[in-house]
Design a protein around this ligand. Structure first.
Ligand SMILES: [Zn+2]
Ligand SMILES: [Zn+2]
Length: 254
């Protein structure tokens, strides 16, 4: 059996790094060994998975944290690819209701028939598919989009997706997860934009004490500051293991 790992397909966040292709997008893939989950397949995920040598039909579940394009651009392409054009059964999708239905839906209605299971993500609720349990830790404030922070398999991987900072996060985000992925778009706090900064997540990293904290989803500001250096400084200051994701990075869940 393969060792479980997280593959960071892309690490861009914000319009400039994403849409000028300064960094790749495409979210991340959790390979549990027996089951594969792709989270937030943004622009390029389809191509980058192939580059990584990942067989589309080995992906069992696609999860969307919210409907923004940088997290969902390739979802429809993956519904075709992962279901082998509908020939392979057993593909599931978990997403907020707004990404599935309504005026801002991002999943093409005609492609829903490619799916064996559709799960609607709701705050506090847990969804299960095969050996994967996905719990919506909390609903975030994020430019009016229905967005959730997610925990996979009893906090083995916790994902704090895009969000405005809230004190509540210190209470509800789980303690001692194996891997804590945080979309840390900025270095300095930006009150006008609903994205997290290093300044804001520091306390959260401290109280959650993950075995490994991974910062990702970088704006130009973070990109230019050198995320590896920022992560190193956080590790030193907090006495915890904090790393910065880079495009294509693989992290084993030891
Ligand atoms: Zn985003
Ligand atoms: Zn977003």
């Amino acid at each position: 059996m393969r060792k479980p790992k997280v593959i960071f397909i892309g690490t861009a966040g914000g319009r400039v790094t994403t849409f000028r292709l300064v960094r790749r997008s495409g979210g991340f893939l959790i390979d549990w060994g027996t089951v594969r989950v792709h989270v937030d397949p943004g622009p390029g995920a389809f191509v980058y998975l192939k580059e990584k040598g990942i067989d589309y039909t080995s992906i069992d579940l696609i999860v969307l944290s919210h409907m923004h394009l940088d997290h969902t651009a390739d979802v429809n392409t993956l519904l075709e690819a992962c279901s082998d054009g509908g020939k392979r059964r057993g593909l599931a999708l978990f997403a907020p209701a707004s990404a599935l239905d309504g005026p801002d839906r991002v999943v093409l209605p005609y492609l829903k028939k490619r799916l064996s299971t559709v799960g609607v993500i709701r705050e506090g609720a847990e969804l299960t598919y095969k050996d994967v349990r996905v719990k919506a830790v909390m609903k975030h404030q994020h430019h009016g989009a229905e967005t959730y922070g997610l925990s996979f398999n009893d906090d083995q991987v916790v994902y704090l997706s895009c969000a405005r900072y809230e004190e509540k996060m210190l209470k509800v985000y789980p303690r001692r997860p194996r891997v804590f992925i945080i979309n840390t778009t900025f270095y300095s706090r930006r009150r006008d934009i609903d994205h997290l900064s290093v300044e804001e997540v520091k306390e959260l990293i401290r109280v959650c004490e993950a075995k490994t904290t991974v910062i990702t989803h970088f704006s130009m500001e973070m990109h230019q500051r050198n995320p590896e250096k920022v992560a190193h400084e956080l590790s030193q200051e907090l006495g915890l293991n904090v790393i910065a994701a880079h495009d294509g990075m693989e992290l084993e869940l030891e």
